[in-house]
Design a protein around this ligand. Structure first.
Ligand code: NCD
Length: 360
């Protein structure tokens, strides 16, 4: 595999991605064969934000491969609480660990970390931006449960604005042939522009809906997400959206017999408990697929990972990103790097477009 860091799944070529998905299946069928694969290797899990599944499935994956773990899930117990920069933390930890898994509430934090790490860095969620290993989990789940990753009508329902799993999933599924997307959310919680641009670039069919009830019968896959409370500016803003979509047995009755319902979890109130007993609900199986997906990814990343400090990245533009959730707001030493597309500038850390007034 060519990718050193996994900041988003598009760091991985389509053929490498197919190989990881296939390999996850091989491990799932014969896990005992891999118990010593990471013997002598150490993974650091640096969780600056809460996590149950992602953190524990990475940890379980590494332990099942015979590797060892260091890290924190409460940055308050680390030197971060003394004001240590992300750069310094990563420089140090990459002297200890062979692979670093990081979750942070700022968008672009994993990309920033990768610039100062001798070891490969895997993004386990950067704010409301991206979550590539959840997408890998979702792809492995679909390849088992639907037997294909193309020609699917996929409903994405919930907080499409702030749900990082949704952004990575759409970006990835858009690259497979003939997938169609029904983006079900309140108008305030529609997917960000850079994800729409990705759908356009790949020539995907997509439509917007505000009614799960009306859209469900068209779907092969329904990807539910919770409203992301922690990303709302105020409690009142969250309460205005809370409970907006609820998948229940009545709605399931109108769905196709071979629909598959996925959810990255945690669930709050968007799927009623009765749906858990419907054989089309696959969100608990999904968590098991995720462990095998991460085992496959760890093996592939460690096989190709080199222990070297990357070259220093230079500023591309003298512009400051205006997104208050971008990692460049707090880690002000970071190089100012932007992509140019159709005359517009997009921050490389968080994908937000730069206001023309900010460009000198
Ligand atoms: C998701 C996340 O953290 O983005 N959970 C997960 O990783 N399985 C989804 C969520 O928190 O809603």
């Amino acid at each position: 595999m060519n990718a050193r860091n996994i900041i988003d799944l598009d760091d991985v070529s389509q053929s490498d991605l197919s190989e990881i998905i296939r390999f996850a299946g091989v491990i799932k069928e014969n896990p005992s064969h891999y118990v010593d694969y990471c013997h002598g290797k150490i993974m650091a899990t640096l969780f600056y934000e809460p996590s149950t599944r992602t953190q524990m499935s990475f940890q379980t994956a590494m332990l099942r491969l015979g590797g060892k773990l260091i890290g924190f899930d409460n940055p308050g117990n680390s030197s971060v609480s003394k004001g240590e920069s992300l750069k310094d933390t990563i420089r140090v930890i990459s002297n200890y660990a062979d692979i670093i898994v990081i979750r942070n509430s700022f968008e672009g934090a994993a990309l920033a970390a990768s610039m100062f790490s001798k070891s490969p860095v895997i993004n386990a969620g950067d704010g409301g931006h991206l979550h590539p290993t959840q997408t890998l989990t979702d792809l492995v789940t679909l390849s088992y449960e639907k037997k294909r990753l193309d020609n699917l009508t996929v409903g994405i329902c919930g907080d499409n604005k702030n749900g990082r799993t949704v952004h990575s999933l759409i970006k990835s599924l858009a690259q497979y042939k003939s997938n169609r997307f029904v983006l079900i959310s309140p108008p305030e919680l529609q997917i960000p522009q850079y994800v729409i641009e990705c759908l356009k670039k790949n020539g995907c069919e997509y439509s917007f809906s505000t009614s799960l009830e009306e859209s469900i019968s068209d779907l092969d896959v329904l990807y539910m997400t919770r409203i992301q409370k922690e990303r709302f500016p105020t409690e009142a803003d969250y309460l205005a959206q809370k409970g907006v979509f609820v998948l229940d047995a009545k709605k399931m009755a109108a769905a196709k017999p071979d629909l598959r319902v996925l959810h990255p979890l945690p669930r709050v109130d968007e799927i009623t408990l009765e749906v858990d007993d419907d054989p089309r609900a696959k969100y608990f199986e999904q968590t098991e697929y995720g462990m095998y997906a991460r085992m496959a990814l760890i093996i592939k990343v460690l096989e190709s990972g080199r222990s070297v400090l990357p070259d220093k990245v230079q500023d591309t533009h003298q512009v400051k990103c205006s997104n208050l959730r971008c990692i460049t707001q707090t880690e002000t030493y970071l190089p100012k790097i932007f992509n140019e597309s159709e005359g517009k500038l997009f921050c490389k850390y968080c994908d937000h477009s730069v206001e023309p007034s900010a460009i000198q």
